[in-house]
Design a protein around this ligand. Sequence first.
Ligand code: PAZ
Length: 345
Amino acid sequence: MSHFHNPIHTSQPDTEQAIDRTVPEFPVAESVDEDNYFKTNIPPPYLDELREETLEFIKYHQENTGKKIALVTSGGTTVPLENNTVRFIDNFSAGTRGATSAEYFLELGYAVIFLHREFSLLPYSRHYSHTTNCFLDYMTQIDGKIEINPKYSKRMLEIYQKYQYARDQSLLLLLPFTTVNQYLFSLKTVSKTLHLINTKALFYLAAAVSDFFLPISKLPEHKIQAQDHNGGKLVVNLDPVPKFLRRLVDSWAPGAMIASFKLETDENILLKKSRQALKRYNHQLVIGNLLQTRKKEVVFVSKDAASEPVWCRLTDEELKLGVDIESLIIPHVIKAHQEWIEEHE
Ligand code: PAZ
């Protein structure tokens, strides 16, 4: 069983939705919003295949390895403005947090379902895919043959060995999405499938999910024409994406441990918004981060009323040496997961 070369592709969207992320709080999604959303938007055609792959992966680990499972979401979602999509709204996320975190989960004994934006960073290949102009920069020509440049080979061998181990042990299931609609249908399907078999799973929600979208009912079928609009202007009127985290907690995967990320750009509201998220969605852990400093510090806000926020920071020296902040985040999350499992046994 290898899930590294998944046949599902998502970047040619069929129909969907829109974003930005600077706007007021929207109401928490109730079941009626959920029903409405999933009734009035079209599921991606590969959803059954995605469910089957998830089920196979979970059963395999339940029967053969007994490993704990982490669902890691990663990267940004797009919001198509046309059904035959020429234009879409996107966000900044490259998937660094998700891909790097997945590596540390794997290293620390988890099997990982990696629900990610197609073509964003992936565990292991992230070290090479976006870091130079081209992967060929890592190669060199010696006596008319092409080889890995010796200055990279030691590090590449270490990464290759981890990659090979994860691949050969079937520890990583790669599931792609592109649009926010694909993300929502996939998250619901994977969560419910996971919940059927493994109620003690860990959800680690690092994807940057659109807050706004264009429902299928309002989506033009064809490329928007400039002359169709007043003075050539395009005014886009987006709906809020229902806040599904509460549905995940209450109904899709009740009993799972859920850690979500909260992204802000204003440091003065980060803690307040992180606490608010925890209260609104009633899950276990919010990891707050600022766009500007997300690679060097995050704050853990947990449900335990007695606990103060815990900051986790890299020193300047560690940053210079290229230490990943995820090497601090993941042990913290795993410890919380372990304690949570013990409490619920
Ligand atoms: O993908 P990346 O490493 O560039 O960014 C990671 C992140 C900032 C998207 C993530 O840490 C995060 O905060 N995700 C949740 C965003 C939100 O919906 O608030």
